[in-house]
Design a protein around this ligand. Structure first.
Ligand code: AMP
Length: 404
């Protein structure tokens, strides 16, 4: 349970907002404003409600104060996105910060310099967090993508002044809650991507939570090999065969059905438009590599999803960057999108290359929720507690009028 902006009486309050405005930039200019545009809703809402909005965010990975990581370049695009002027403070603590905050009137927006210019930020330092908390009377966290890090502006501060989830954080937590914490069953997970080794925790968590675990991509090869299959010169982590068998056993014990491709697309090389053929699983030639799930597998997965109510997706089913090895990812993504549109499937996806793969499949706008949070989304899929989210949680009686 967490408090949202609906529980915050923002009028006249100094509100410290942790946003994620870590956008790409080149030659002092922002090259993609997506994160700024997405953050604008919470900033605008707070300002319209009469808060004095004090924004903390980070930019890059500076080592102390480094001019090339100054956030001043964000002022203009941010002002454009929120439709009002944005004031600037040269530091997050100290006299400049205090003066800039004191100058704010109700409805004003202030962007502060890179919070990571202080090494205490990433150390979750309590004295630094106290100084950040003293800037405001309430704290709003809208940066889910940094919630897997316990930093002063994401974790310690939330324990010092009343803390709320911003609209982006709220949307993310609600989507994730519906997908795995209290999902409508049956639940399926599609897990693809290159290697098993990077997804062991994720697989271990999912087998205990979902009804069907659909494995694709290079990592499916390791599972096929572990079951005695022949994978030719495919990407395959043979040393993880025992681990794959342990995951299969854990799935069986948890009543989770593991679904592997029944046919595959093979080619002699990892290259765009490489000459390829569809073969049955037991017919992968020695000199060929598996680069995608086959058309029959894609159909089977789509049919299975039609029987499910919830889908969590991480990782492509094949080498989606190089046609035609994006075919299974595209076909299954489009089937999931159709089921979402028809209202029979809730679809939540994210992590790593998933956003790019689903965008390429043209379903970016059609899934119920696609998380751009990367590392935080993956850690959530692994079942880990995210410190920035845990700090927002209200255990018993949140002290506001919401009745929790
Ligand atoms: P990940 O970052 O773990 O989600 O992995 C994504 C990468 O897995 C993409 O670059 C894909 O090209 C790659 N991939 C997916 N299937 C295969 C495959 N069968 N063989 C080699 N690479 C693959």
């Amino acid at each position: 349970m967490f408090r949202t902006l609906d529980h915050l009486d923002a009028r006249g309050k100094r509100v410290v907002l942790r946003a994620d405005l870590n956008v790409p930039a080149k030659d002092g200019k922002v090259t993609d404003t997506t994160r700024i545009d997405r953050s604008a809703a919470t900033i605008r809402e707070l300002a319209e409600k009469g808060a004095k909005v004090i924004i903390l965010t980070h930019f890059g990975r500076p080592k102390g104060r480094e001019d090339k990581y100054s956030q001043k370049l964000l002022v203009e695009p941010l002002a454009k996105a929120v439709g009002r002027p944005v004031a600037w403070a040269d530091d997050v603590i100290g006299p400049d910060a205090v003066e800039a905050v004191q100058a704010l009137r109700d409805g004003d927006v202030l962007l502060m310099e890179n919070v990571r210019f202080h090494p205490e930020e990433e150390k979750n330092d309590p004295v630094f967090a106290r100084a950040l908390a003293d800037l405001g009377e309430a704290y709003v966290n809208d940066a889910f993508s940094t919630a897997h890090r316990a930093h002063a502006s994401t974790e310690a501060i939330a324990r010092l002044i009343p803390a709320y989830a911003g609209r982006l954080m709220q949307a993310e937590l609600e989507a994730l809650g519906k997908a795995l914490e209290h999902p409508q069953k049956p639940v399926a997970a599609v897990v693809g991507g290159a290697k098993v080794s990077t997804k062991l925790d994720l697989l271990g968590n999912l087998v205990a939570k979902v009804d069907y675990l659909i494995i694709g991509g290079g990592m499916a090869n390791t599972f096929l090999y572990a079951q005695g299959g022949h994978v030719g010169k495919s990407l395959c982590e043979k040393d993880l065969a025992d681990t794959a068998r342990a995951i299969i056993a854990k799935a069986e014990a948890a009543n989770c059905k593991i679904v592997l491709p029944s046919d595959v697309v093979v080619a002699g090389e990892f290259a765009e438009n490489a000459s390829h053929q569809v073969v049955a699983l037991n017919a992968v030639p020695d000199d060929k590599m598996i680069l995608d799930a086959g058309p029959a597998s894609a159909k089977e997965i789509a049919a299975l999803l039609a029987t499910c109510k919830t889908l969590v997706w991480n990782g492509p089913l094949g080498a989606f960057e190089i046609a035609p090895f994006d075919a299974a990812t595209n076909a299954v993504a489009q089937a999931a999108a159709r089921l979402t549109k028809a209202g029979s499937l809730l679809t939540v996806a994210g992590g790593g290359d998933t956003v790019a793969a689903l965008a390429k499949a043209g379903v970016e706008e059609e899934f119920s929720y696609i998380s751009t949070a990367g590392g935080a989304f993956l850690e959530w899929l692994e079942g880990k507690t995210l410190p920035g989210v845990a700090a927002l949680e209200v255990k018993t009686g949140c002290g506001c009028s919401c009745g929790h």
